[in-house]
Design a binder for this molecule. Structure first.
Ligand code: URA
Length: 239
């Protein structure tokens, strides 16, 4: 592929912008400055654009520790999105696999591998998703049983059996709070919040810990991301 086409496909600008930048020495191919956009890229070439490496892999996979306050969307003129958090990322074809609410934190997979994303989200696929939550109220065996039986959430949703585990309780003034771990196999809109609302409890904090074989890396602070390892990509593909 020609260098200028490669750069424009990877979001570096329009053809004419790229031409100008190339003249100024913005690109190097395998360590050599290249100002001619018609140069053909050798297979596996390392292209730097303003000093940043441009991915030549057809598919890329990132794990993001989504912070609260950021929306799960590709682009938004008014709000910060999860894609704005990937540093130096110019690719236009990336998208988040599944949604976390604006106030939910935790594991989010971001990729341009459409078929993999579809497989993970397919309604019949039932990939386990584990969340930690803090809820207002005292979680007892009753709630654990109701979740395990398949909770009738509202007229629209009867949840599949889910695992609810009590991790701790604490009190703040008059209120009791429970720290819990919940494992669900679906991903309906506001699912965890609606499930707790159905048993009379409010979720005040929610964080996704894992999705299938992918576990949030505890070295990632909220807002940080990293590429998936080969092992993680293979495990996702084997699902
Ligand atoms: N369930 C919710 O209620 N919100 C999320 O963000 C994810 C699961």
């Amino acid at each position: 592929m020609r260098l200028d086409r490669f750069l424009s496909e990877n979001g570096c600008g329009t053809r004419s912008e790229i031409k100008k930048e190339l003249k100024k020495g913005a690109a190097s191919v395998d360590g050599v400055l290249v100002s001619d956009g018609s140069v053909q890229l050798p297979p596996g070439a390392e292209v730097l654009w303003h000093g940043e490496r441009i991915d030549t892999d057809p598919f890329v996979y990132y794990m993001l520790h989504k912070p609260a306050g950021v929306i799960t969307a590709t682009r938004d003129p008014r709000a910060e999105t999860v894609l704005d958090l990937l540093p130096g990322m110019r690719r236009k074809d990336l998208y988040p696999v599944g949604r976390l609410d604006r106030d939910t934190e935790g594991l989010l997979l971001i990729t341009n591998d459409g078929p993999l994303g579809h497989r993970l989200l397919a309604p019949g696929r039932h990939v386990d998703k584990v969340y930690e939550a803090r809820v207002r109220g005292r979680v007892t065996e009753r709630e654990c049983r109701l979740f395990a039986e398949g909770l009738q959430v509202d007229e629209e949703l009867t949840a599949m059996p889910a695992r609810l585990e009590l991790l701790r309780t604490d009190a703040k003034g008059e209120d009791v709070y429970s720290g819990v771990r919940v494992t669900i196999r679906e991903g309906k809109y506001h699912q965890i919040k609606r499930m707790f609302a159905a048993v009379g409890m409010e979720v005040v904090y929610l964080k996704r810990i894992s999705m299938g074989p992918l576990v949030l890396d505890d070295r990632l602070a909220p807002g940080e991301s990293r590429r998936l390892t080969e092992e993680e990509i293979t495990a996702l593909k084997e699902l």
